[in-house]
Design a protein around this ligand. Structure first.
Ligand code: ADP
Ligand code: ADP
Length: 230
């Protein structure tokens, strides 16, 4: 089953930068995919279009068979339920506790307090942070903050977890810990798509590699390697 399908996708920004130049691909349910390529190649644009942070100038993007390029604004919650996102800089709310940061996404969809409590503690367990539920982000290490961000991204049980350079701000040991968790989430059935510059990780934990250069897919390998010097 395909979870993401892109057909003839192009993206120009208003300043006429042509970030994506004709991408066709699909990603199957349950895959783990690295997105690699030089800075400015279009990796962020490519993944931002999957959760409609950016819209293509041309072409179609289907998430679970639904064409998100044609969705009306009021249907954007559909995408939020299907896709969780984590960023290099975590983007946690600094005045909320770990529990509250993760619960936020469920409160928006008006789940009951008991469901929220159970679900939040379940995902904090997955990221090994149950004992930090009452902490503030500022009291956590970078790796712990990223794990909170991952918990927040999966608390709605999305089909896909997208990670844009999730280890970019972390030291190597901490980065490997994040990979263990992403691997675990993938083994539980979530499709994981990760843009990364981490050569060691890509070359060690072998997965599908999609390489993007100048807005085009230049390489797509089932158990690929990083393929760049650094
Ligand atoms: P990568 O993630 O591989 O570094 P990006 O997708 O961020 O690449 O950028 C691809 C190209 O699009 C670059 O030339 C970048 O400067 C440009 N770009 C990215 N975002 C915007 C934007 N919001 N407005 C204009 N140009 C952008
Ligand atoms: P990322 O980690 O997502 O690649 P960037 O540092 O590339 O972040 O971009 C930060 C923000 O600035 C993003 O929202 C991106 O869309 C925007 N941006 C990136 N390149 C450009 C550009 N050339 N012109 C305008 N906005 C840009």
């Amino acid at each position: 089953d395909k979870v993401i399908e892109m057909t003839d996708v192009w993206k120009s920004y208003p300043n006429n930068v042509r970030a994506i130049n004709g991408i066709n691909l699909h990603i199957e349910k349950g895959e783990f995919v690295y997105v690699v390529g030089p800075s400015g190649a279009g990796k962020s644009t490519f993944i931002k279009m999957m959760y409609r942070e950016e819209s293509p100038s041309k072409g179609d993007i289907l998430i679970d068979g639904v064409n998100i390029t044609k969705l009306k604004h009021k249907h954007i919650p559909y995408i939020r339920r299907k896709i969780g996102v984590v960023f290099q800089d975590f983007k946690l709310l600094p005045s909320l506790t770990v529990f509250e940061n993760v619960a936020f996404a469920l409160e928006v969809i008006e789940e009951s307090p008991s469901v929220i409590k159970r679900r939040v503690m379940d995902v904090l367990d997955v990221v090994l942070l149950k004992n930090k539920a009452r902490s503030l982000p500022s009291e956590l290490s970078g790796g712990e903050q990223q794990r909170v961000a991952i918990a927040r991204a999966i608390v709605n049980n999305p089909e896909v977890l997208i990670a844009d350079e999730p280890t970019g701000n972390l030291d190597p040991d901490t980065a490997w810990g994040i990979m263990d968790i992403l691997d675990e989430i993938n083994h539980r059935g979530t499709t994981v798509i990760m843009a990364t510059h981490n050569k060691d990780i890509v070359n060690t934990i072998k997965k599908r590699v999609i390489a993007i250069e100048s807005g085009r897919v230049v390489r797509d390998e089932v158990r690929g390697s990083y393929g760049y010097e650094s």
